[in-house]
Ligand binder design. Structure first.
Ligand SMILES: *[C@@H]1O[C@H](CO)[C@@H](O)[C@H](O)[C@H]1NC(C)=O
Length: 290
């Protein structure tokens, strides 16, 4: 009997209090598991409740580590913005920026640097379309710290068809826009292309990934709130992102104005880790395009 007692006190003296706590917890848990039919359901209920409370507290804490700002940017002036015949000859995904568009993109990078400071860690999500990629490349010239640059197909432009032949014929083009007005901008589907409601669905999936990325513990713990997420995309996608995030109605979407080239929409995090629309940044000498 005395031997056993000595053994016990020796083991205990070797363990830290933390290890004792974990050992007891492991013993209790395994016995609960083995005898689970004999344990009252009340106890299970309380254990479940406790772990739910821990999870909720951890999730609330993680939300406070989200990036301070999410900035959504429209690409600069594209070749097709100044000549819409181009849509009939080149795939939309390959249309490039004009020299003016490149300049605009660099300028908006400079304005964003004034807005957020140059020492933020930036995570970019960029549409795979050439004009968005080129815009992002100009913006990052103003920022030394780019943590990640992700090409994200789910924020590509609404597809208007493989090659948009209707853009060559003014009468046909007009007919398409009249029909779109009749059906509504949200539901109208281009031939061989997508409707805005199709784009809404993929934008919803994108937002899920975006928030998973924000809430990833390893990234959040490393960079904390000193991060800004920048989404470089297209006008229609920007409007749909807002509609989805703020749970707006279809009629609100249809009333929303399309952003200008390089226009930025800034979402600011509140204390709970949710985002509010903060402001728009526009370049001065812009023109509006379809
Ligand atoms: C673009 O910027 C360069 C350098 O600042 C300038 O020389 C050029 O005229 C600009 N081009 C356009 C089209 O704005």
């Amino acid at each position: 009997m005395e031997k056993i007692h000595n053994f016990k006190s020796k083991i205990l003296s070797l363990m830290t209090s933390k290890q004792i706590f974990y050992s007891i917890a492991i013993i209790i848990c395994s016995s609960l598991y083995v005898n689970r039919r004999k344990i009252s359901s009340q106890l299970y209920y309380y254990l479940g409740y406790l772990s739910y409370q821990f999870e909720t507290a951890a999730y609330k804490y993680k939300k406070t580590l989200r990036p301070d700002k999410i900035i959504i940017v429209r690409h600069g002036e594209s070749q097709a913005n100044v000549n819409d015949n181009l849509y009939a000859e080149q795939p939309d995904s390959q249309i490039e920026l004009t020299q003016n568009g490149l300049n605009q993109s660099f300028k908006i990078g400079q304005l964003l640097k004034q807005e957020i400071g140059e020492n933020k860690n930036l995570v970019f999500f960029v549409s795979p379309y050439q004009r968005a990629q080129q815009t992002a490349q100009q913006i990052i010239k103003s920022f030394p710290k780019v943590e990640k640059m992700i090409t994200e197909p789910r924020i590509r432009e609404q597809e208007w068809g493989n090659l948009q032949k209707f853009q060559l014929n003014k009468q046909e083009q007009e007919q398409v826009f009249i029909e779109r007005t009749l059906v509504g901008r949200f539901y109208y589907r281009f031939k061989q292309g997508e409707s805005a409601s199709d784009v809404y669905d993929r934008v919803s999936l994108f937002l899920e990934s975006l928030f998973r990325e924000m809430d990833s513990y390893s990234q959040a713990a490393k960079y904390g709130q000193n991060r800004v997420f920048i989404i470089v995309t297209h006008g229609m996608v920007m409007r749909l992102i807002l509609m989805r995030y703020f749970k707006q109605h279809i009629s609100d979407f249809e009333k929303m104005e399309n952003p200008l080239n390089c226009e930025c929409w800034i979402l600011q995090k509140d204390q709970k880790g949710l985002y509010k629309f903060n402001k728009k940044i526009k370049l001065e000498q812009d023109q509006t395009f379809q």
